[in-house]
Design a protein around this ligand. Structure first.
Ligand code: SME
Length: 163
C-alpha cells in the first residue's frame, strides 16, 4: 500500500516528525526543567512555519495567576496573566482546549502583537490538575485544527513527566 505522507492534511506529518526530537529533549538530563521547556518552545517555533510564538504559562502555586516560564518568538509584556483574563486565563479555569480562528472576534483576548491572527491554548495536566498551558500564536488566520490539539496534548503529557 502506498502512503503519501506529504498529502496528510494541514501538515500533521511535519508535527509528528518532531516527536522523537521532543522525547530526546525531555530525556536530556544535562538541562533543568525550564531549559527543556525552552528547548521545546524553540524547536516548535523554528520548525513549524505557522507557530510564530510559542510559550508555556504555568499556574502560581497559591495565587490565581499564570506566569510565563519560557517562550520563543517576539518578547511579550504579558508575563503574568490573571485566571479568567484573555484566552490563557480562560483555559486556566475551563480546563479545556481553546482554539481561536480569528483573534479579532474574541472579546476576552489579550493582544501581544498586531501580527497575531489565530491562537491555540492547550491545558497541561499533572496528576489530573491543570498546572499550566502551552500557548501558540500564529500570524495566519485559522492556523490550528484538531491535529494541533492532539499534537500539543501529547507535548504537554511529555512535559508533565518532568514537572
Ligand atoms: N493572547 C493571549 C495572551 C498571551 S500572548 O498570546 C503571548 C491571551 O489572550 O490570553
Amino acid at each position: 500500500m502506498a502512503i503519501t505522507f506529504g498529502c496528510l492534511k494541514n501538515g500533521s506529518m511535519e508535527k509528528n516528525e518532531l516527536k522523537p526530537q521532543i522525547s530526546k529533549i525531555i530525556q536530556d538530563s544535562d538541562l533543568d526543567t525550564v531549559q527543556r521547556m525552552q528547548s521545546i518552545c524553540d524547536l516548535l517555533q523554528e520548525q513549524l512555519p505557522t507557530y510564530n510564538w510559542v510559550g508555556f504559562y504555568m499556574a502560581h502555586e497559591s495565587e490565581p495567576t499564570l506566569h510565563l516560564w519560557c517562550q520563543a518568538g517576539e518578547p511579550t509584556d504579558h508575563v503574568v496573566i490573571p485566571f479568567g483574563k484573555g484566552i490563557c486565563g480562560q483555559v486556566a479555569v475551563s480546563n479545556s482546549n481553546f482554539v481561536v480562528d480569528d483573534v479579532k472576534a474574541q472579546d476576552n483576548y489579550i493582544a501581544c502583537s498586531i501580527h497575531v491572527k489565530s491562537e491555540i491554548v492547550i491545558p497541561l495536566f499533572k496528576d489530573g490538575k491543570n498546572v499550566g498551558q502551552i500557548d501558540i500564536d500564529s500570524n495566519t488566520v485559522a492556523a490550528f485544527d484538531q491535529s494541533d490539539e492532539r499534537f500539543l496534548e501529547w507535548v504537554n503529557e511529555q512535559v508533565a513527566t518532568i514537572l
